[in-house]
Design a protein around this ligand. Sequence first.
Ligand code: SAM
Length: 351
Amino acid sequence: MAKLSKGKGTNKQRDAHSGRPSSNHTSSHRRAESKHGANKNGKSFPVKLAMWDFDQCDPKRCSGKKLERLGVIKSLRVGQKFQGIVVSPNGKTVVCPNDRNIVEESGVAVVECSWARLDEVPFSKIGGRNERLLPYLVAANQVNYGRPWRLNCVEALAACFAIVGRLDLATELLSHFSWGLQFLELNKELLEIYQHCTDADSVKEAENSWLEQIEKEAQERRAHNPGDDLWLTGNVNRKRNHNVTQNGVSTGADTESIWEQGEASEYETEGIENGEKAFQKSVEYDSLGNEITLSENSHLEDSGNDELSEVYDSLGNIVLSNEECAVTIGTSKISTEGDVADHSIYANIEV
Ligand SMILES: C[S@@+](CC[C@H](N)C(=O)[O-])C[C@H]1O[C@@H](n2cnc3c(N)ncnc32)[C@H](O)[C@@H]1O
């Protein structure tokens, strides 16, 4: 595991050595110190929320930081473990309805870091005994809209709540973000399926049959509408003035409104503008509408400073970056053909 680099992200490492929270987050730390994180208005979130924050993302675009500003999430130090569910790329099994008691009694934590810098996260020094992946879900945040698995922190927390049957908590948390409830809309059908499962195996089974189904539908569309399929014209999830589709099914929403609504201070930043410019550059899409090549200098519109040029398979997983590489998803690798043997995610990116 690579060491945290100097500069960004070093705050939290110093904390680990001193054993004290750094001064820049002490106040919010204190603010969130009541039972389940009472915020500055004295309101508390009913369940404990926590995060390890590696300061790798633009604070204006970072959902974890926003939750911290709201006083509903507590920052954890490197070296501190968490008793509740830890929704993390380091998980080995998926969140399931049977996790509900742990969620309600001990809470949920996430790892606030950049997707491109996961190898800098000292996973062995964080986490806990209940680390979990999330099953297939599609991001609705303005940075990674339409990308499967790549949720931001608030979406990951909300997904966990929804899967264990606490849609009320998911809704409450997401309602702090102008785009937030879109996440529940976009994933409504799938979340209901997961909610009806029991253990992690049953969630995996449900996920696999969903993935097989969408793959089959994509093949049928290709067979029946060669050259005349909206799906084949590009990633409609990520273009303006098209209906938003989830796995080829229109949700009726329009991406224009999603990109333009509210939260200017969070998202109308240089980063997002760069991200949008990237759409105008040369891009290609696979049969499921995911971006599979990017022009040499295009930016990735991810939170944080993710600068890799990535290639996605038909399910939205990274299969190539600048140099030829393989991506390990959980315990298995995804080939450049997009075969996915196991649909857990990105424990390691081997570049
Ligand atoms: C990589 S960070 C990026 C956060 C982003 N900067 C933001 O604004 O929230 C997202 C975190 O959410 C959780 N997460 C998101 N998608 C996940 C998934 N599919 N499985 C497990 N954890 C996931 C993990 O804790 C992960 O580290």
